[in-house]
Every structure is written in C-alpha cells, then in structure tokens.
Design a protein around this ligand. Structure first.
Ligand SMILES: *[C@@H]1O[C@H](CO)[C@@H](O)[C@H](O)[C@H]1NC(C)=O
Ligand SMILES: *[C@@H]1O[C@H](CO)[C@@H](O)[C@H](O)[C@H]1NC(C)=O
Ligand SMILES: *[C@@H]1O[C@H](CO)[C@@H](O)[C@H](O)[C@H]1NC(C)=O
Length: 222
C-alpha cells in the first residue's frame, strides 16, 4: 500500500521530486525504504533521549542528595555534624558549671598547715577539734599542699596516729562527688572511713570534711 511521507523524511540521495506523480511500484519502493529509515530515526532519537536522561539523572540525583544532606550521602556527614554539636554543647555546659554552680567554690576556709603533709611525722593531733558532724568546706593551700593524699600514707604520719587519705579518683573540672576518706592503722589502709565531698572548682579543689570516726585521726595532704 502506498504511503505518502512528509518531505522531511525523504532522503536527498534518492532525489525524489515531491511534485511529480509516482507509480504505485515507485511509491511502494520508496515507502518501504522510507519506513525503514523513519523507524531507524525514531529508534535513534528515543535511544538518545533515554541515554541522555539516564546520564543526567546519574549526575543530578547524587549531586542533589549530597547538597541537601539526604539519601545515601546523608549518613556520614549528618552524624558527624550531630556529634560535633553535642560535644560542643557538653563542653559549654561543663565550662559554665565550673564557675557558677558550686557555692563551695567561692565559700570555703583555707588551711595551710605543713604538719598535715603525708610525709610529716607522727603526732597526737586529731581532727575532732577542727571538724564537726556537719560539712566544712576546705581548700588546702601553701606549704600544706593543695589536696588530700590520694594514696595511703603509713600510719603515724601527718601529725597523727591514724593517717587519713582520699580513696578514689578526684572529680574532673566542674564536677563534685561524694567519696571516701580512709584512715590507716597497722597494715590496714582503711581501718576506719567516712564520707567526704570533693568539688573541682577548675583551678583548685575544695573538700567537704567532717569529724573523723576516731582519735587520733587526721586528714593528710600532699
Ligand atoms: C585561699 O588562698 C588562696 C591562695 O593560696 C587565695 O587566692 C584565696 O583567695 C584564699 N581564699 C580564701 C577564702 O581565703
Ligand atoms: C553528696 O551527698 C550530699 C548529702 O547526702 C548530697 O546533698 C549531695 O547532693 C551529694 N553530692 C553528690 C555530687 O552526689
Ligand atoms: C581497726 O583497728 C583496730 C585496732 O587494730 C581493730 O581492733 C579493728 O578491728 C580495726 N577495724 C577495722 C574495721 O578493720
């Protein structure tokens, strides 16, 4: 069957005159040829469009996901950002606490007493004359050291008989804890004990101390 195609589909090489009358066989021949050419062109155009679309998608989609922090690119970058934010917040909170939260950091008594040093010799001093059952906040200064001893001295040191020391880890900056003071007697590094409070005020510690359980016992310093 003869089919007329628009001039655009006629190939120049065939030099077909659109105005002249064609025979049925000519039209059939041209039609068959043109059908093949048109199909090839359509397939080529469709194929090209598909390929171009896929290429564009392959470039655009990852780019958009990366820029908007979503999809498979979100995991690393988002979690990293979140972690940083959380860390910063924690540090800021801790720093603020250092100077503002603990009243004992600005309200304490200084004790500067070299006879309290864990290396000082024996004596009969007892902290029952210095502390009571209610907490007294103390900062050790000067020749008497800056903190309670954190390892057991021998008995009969620091001007007393039962040498007191802090058993545990001191708090980090901006923190306050309830810990344990132990008193050495004989070979027992914790023959008696009582609770003490410790606050790290940033550049120094303050210790919330109470009367020891026995005499003669004393808090030793380093
Ligand atoms: C305690 O002594 C330190 C110096 O060692 C001083 O800076 C501080 O103001 C004193 N604190 C009190 C409450 O006297
Ligand atoms: C330590 O103990 C006292 C008295 O029980 C309490 O008021 C305080 O909050 C405690 N401090 C900490 C840091 O646990
Ligand atoms: C502490 O030492 C005394 C005298 O050696 C002893 O009688 C007592 O049992 C000891 N207490 C503890 C808790 O070890």
């Amino acid at each position: 069957m003869a089919v007329r195609y628009p001039n655009a589909f006629q190939t120049p090489s065939r030099n077909v005159n659109a105005n002249r009358n064609h025979t049925l066989s000519e039209l059939s021949t041209y039609g068959a040829v043109k059908t093949t050419s048109a199909t090839k062109i359509i397939v080529a155009v469709v194929f090209t469009v598909v390929v171009v679309t896929l290429l564009a998608a392959a470039i655009t989609v990852p780019l958009v996901l990366a820029l908007t922090n979503t999809g498979p690119f979100a995991t690393t970058k988002s979690s990293g950002t979140t972690t940083t934010a959380v860390t910063t917040t924690t540090v800021a909170t801790t720093a603020a606490t250092t100077t503002s939260s603990f009243s004992e950091c600005s309200s304490y008594a200084n004790i500067s007493d070299a006879t309290r040093l864990a290396t000082a010799s024996s004596g009969t001093a007892c902290d029952s004359s210095t502390f009571s059952s209610s907490t007294t906040w103390v900062r050790f200064t000067g020749s008497g050291g800056t903190q309670l001893a954190t390892s057991a001295p021998s008995a009969n040191q620091c001007g007393t008989q039962a040498s007191g020391w802090y058993s545990g880890s001191l708090p980090s900056s901006g923190s306050s804890i309830n810990g344990t003071a132990c008193y050495v007697w004989g070979s027992n590094n914790c023959n008696w004990s009582n609770t003490v409070r410790v606050t790290n005020c940033g550049s120094f510690y303050v210790f919330g101390l109470v009367i020891p359980p026995v005499c003669n016992a004393r808090y030793c310093t380093v």
